[in-house]
Design a protein around this ligand. Sequence first.
Ligand code: BMA
Length: 742
Amino acid sequence: MIGLFVSIFLLFSCSKTEKPIFESVSLLGDWTFQSENMENSFSAEVPGNYVMDLVAHELIPHPYMKANVTDLQTGREDVIYSCEFDKPAMNFPYQELVFDGIDTYAEIYLNGKHLGSTNNMHRQFRFPVDNLKTKSNQLEVRISAPLNVLDSLIAERPLVLPEDFAHMRKAAFQFGWDWAPETPSLGIWRDVRIEGYDDFRLISSWVETQAIHDESAELMLVVKLDVKKEAELTLDFQSDDFDFASQTLSLQAGESVYHFPFSIENPNLWYPNGMGNPFLYQAKLKMKTNNGVSQKNMNFGVRTIELRREKDSIGESFEFVVNGIPVFAKGANYVPQDAFLTEKNHEKLLQSCVDANFNMLRVWGGGIYEDDDFYALCDSLGIMIWQDFMFACALYPGDDRFLENVRHEIQYQTDRLRGHTCIALWCGNNEVKNAWFDWGWQSVFNWSAEDSTRIWNQNAFLFNEIIPKILLESGIETDYLSSSPVWGWGHDESLTEGDNHYWGVWWGEEPFESYREHTGRFMSEFGFQSWPTKASLEKFHQGEPIEIESEIMKAHQRHPFGDRLIREYMQHYFGNYENPQEFAEMSQTVQAYGIGEAIRWFRTQPKCSGSLYWQLNDCWPAISWSSIDYYGEWKALHFAVKDAYAPYMVYAVEVDSKLIGYLVSDAPEGRNLTLSLEWFDEKGLLVFSEIKSICAEAYNYRDEFVLNIPKSLLSSVDWQLKMTLSAGNETLATYNYFPALF
Ligand code: BMA
């Protein structure tokens, strides 16, 4: 039975003198699970996942180990999760059973009575509970086999759509991706609790920066309430750092949004990592009625973030501007940290981003909306978030039931996340537009012209009308992009406007140099695979020999021809490797070289305003595009990225038969710098050196200069240029240029 320790939410802690009008009691604890094929029930982890529960009881081997994933069968069994709990010691007129995430289709029963159903793992579900027994309430969450549900959804559909998963609001990557195993499992994957309250429930609260002036900032505190009874409310927003005059208002029954303007003198602004301090104000929101008080701690940054898209001589810019200053976005694409969503270490992963000089992550649309603490960490670390809505690489149904479900999801997630200072962009989906125009689905599925129009129109309606309308009506000022990329990489426009997913390298099998001809206005995806680190390989091999193309390694490579590509690029740039240890290391070297060069190049190009490589992390031990593997180990790429994203970067590359040197800086202060150029011959002897003095301005400094190769080196390609940028005794950046392939 669940221990009834009343865990009043930290956020809503009450002072001694004032009675709380909100309490929350956790129902995490003693759960059991039983699938339809089992005779007995077993203890369960909640939050958790069915497959991981099976693993915990040694009913199946761990799917990440060896090639076990090949035998994993999941998605075809109904499973019941149950718990027993005593009535919480709270006495409020309104009590609700709250599920922050059930994966995915479930029927909820309390003491044998049907409370309701769930059909979307990206939504919170709340059920009123008014007749709890004092002892031993029985809660049952009967979760349906996702693949069986999918079959019935598909049977009802009027038209065949390219990806079955599109019919279900469940994380797309769990149906298998080119870096993720097929794990269409189920479970109660987020918090479960009973909430009790009087008068009203706080749905969400946030602070918007309206304007920043020289000596003050105009802000707006916004609270969204679900008011049950009309009441007089006194609202305070207390902080040591600013004044806020207490407000009183009359609450009207129903869902309402209340606005409270205030200002801060001489504000401390929030800046992304590398640009300044990601300063957060700390305040306490206190809402009092005659019945008591509800409190919440709030952190917020004072900042403006805009995605500037302006016509220019090239086409149209695509540039983030923070507090009026254009920023080159430096980061990567983020995917869920675990295929079963049970393992995560947000703090460690995000610290690795800060350590590698990131200022942005894109939360990719085939995964999940992350936990609150993920965004809170991004707020405090200065990592801007490009947030996709959870739609990816598919075409979506347009029936009312589906759209209504999506509307609830968008409203819930934007209410939940909008207050995070880190949110820089909302994006409708990953590659839906790109897929429609470039992936040949119209002919593969042989739709009639009429059906084709219908399918596209219903997708355009979802991403160009429904979602932006919710954002507009909710007063969300953060920019919205309907689909990423704006143009697929086969279109000329991908080089002149919008964001660009450049997959000519890798999918198109072009050499890394091709990035130079295919630089877009903002590179939101590009990447190359590598093997995990040696320590990680050993972990999932569990003593089995590590071999190239073994059954184990094949099971961990989800891309149809990934190993062939790794080998071919490796042969082209570095040579052939048959020893698995060398192959693993060399795959990382190739990845680090290719993507490191790409990033350096993108940063030197004035038309390009960002680089988010594919992909930061892994959801299981995989051969993949990640720079940090599943176990949190940095691959060579992450070290290369750290240098390429450093505030100061130097680079040299041959352009139009000339060797061009570059210096780029986005440091927030101007500085006098020294660039030393040292030329070494094939024997490693220094043949010439020179020093350049440079005065680099703050924020967006780019310098480009022709490098004159010493005459004595012109007849050979076996020489080296060493570039070292320093300020006084401090080395800020280095780069070694080699004229030939290694
Ligand atoms: C991009 C992503 C993913 C995919 C990756 C590598 O397009 O959006 O769909 O995993 O390419 O192929």
